[in-house]
Design a protein around this ligand. Structure first.
Ligand code: SAH
Ligand code: DHB
Ligand code: MG
Length: 223
């Protein structure tokens, strides 16, 4: 199997299952036109996130790493009209594109994008002590995944689901030559936390597709 076949099969899934639509396509086009990197989840992964939100009957969702708002739109579509998705984005240019995409998706009433470093925004959310989140998607700078997990736990309840993107990174997690990469180290430390923290029941899944060889972790909080 060759990566071009992974991409071709993803296209087939997308067409057969109808995983894209004009709003998502336009969000991608606006992000590309603004020069944002194409680091958003693929359409089939976006639908998976939406289904996770539906499975958890999520009313409150937290995302760390907004980019152009693609995954935020996917998840927010699962929310009831009084639901809330808060997404954290450091880069003001990314946040601006995301706000426009969310607005054009008709979701600006339920999606709030907090601009600024995620660490500061997470501290703010902890101080605010609002209702805990039902679903948390970690998808920002991977070197800080351990800190994001700690914050996610502090903002969770029994049953909260935590998903983290990019846990395989084309095998670099285990490549001898990548062991000094801060992102690789961050993901490794994050996975160790998942394995050791008694508040978490976790798994890790590798994926191939249009986004290459990567993966995600899936955890449920029990307390
Ligand atoms: N979840 C998005 C993709 C996110 S890409 C999607 O699937 O559509 C990662 C994003 O995290 C980038 O926009 C980057 O600017 C942001 N980011 C990186 N480090 C950050 C930090 N410390 N705080 C907040 N956002 C950060
Ligand atoms: C990359 C992909 C991602 O999904 C992400 O969140 C960050 C970076 C990448 O391909 O480099
Ligand atoms: Mg990602």
């Amino acid at each position: 199997m060759h990566p071009s076949q992974w991409t071709a099969l993803d296209s087939y899934f997308n067409e057969t299952l109808g995983l894209s639509d004009p709003i998502l396509d336009a969000a991608l086009a606006r992000a590309a036109a603004a020069g944002l990197p194409a680091h958003e989840v693929a359409p089939n992964q976006g639908r998976m996130l939406q289904i996770f939100a539906q499975m958890t009957r999520a009313r409150r969702i937290l995302e760390i790493g907004t980019l152009g708002g693609y995954s935020a739109i996917c998840m927010a579509r699962a929310l009831p009209s009084d639901g809330r998705l808060i997404s954290l984005e450091r880069d003001p240019a990314h946040a601006q594109v995301a706000r426009q995409n969310v607005e054009l998706a008709g979701l600006s009433g339920i999606v709030r994008i907090m601009t600024g470093d995620a660490h500061a925004s997470l501290d703010q959310l902890r101080r605010d002590a609002l209702e805990p989140f039902d679903l948390i998607f970690i998808d920002a700078d991977k070197q800080h995944n351990p800190a994001y997990l700690e914050a996610a736990l502090a903002l969770s309840r029994d049953g909260t689901v935590i998903v983290a993107d990019n846990i395989a990174r084309a095998g670099r997690l285990q490549d001898a030559g990548s062991q000094d990469d801060p992102d690789v180290r961050g993901v490794q430390a994050f996975l160790q936390q998942l394995g050791q923290d008694l508040r978490l029941n976790s798994t890790a899944i590798q994926t191939v597709g249009a986004k290459g060889w990567d993966g995600y972790s899936l955890s449920i909080v029990r307390r």
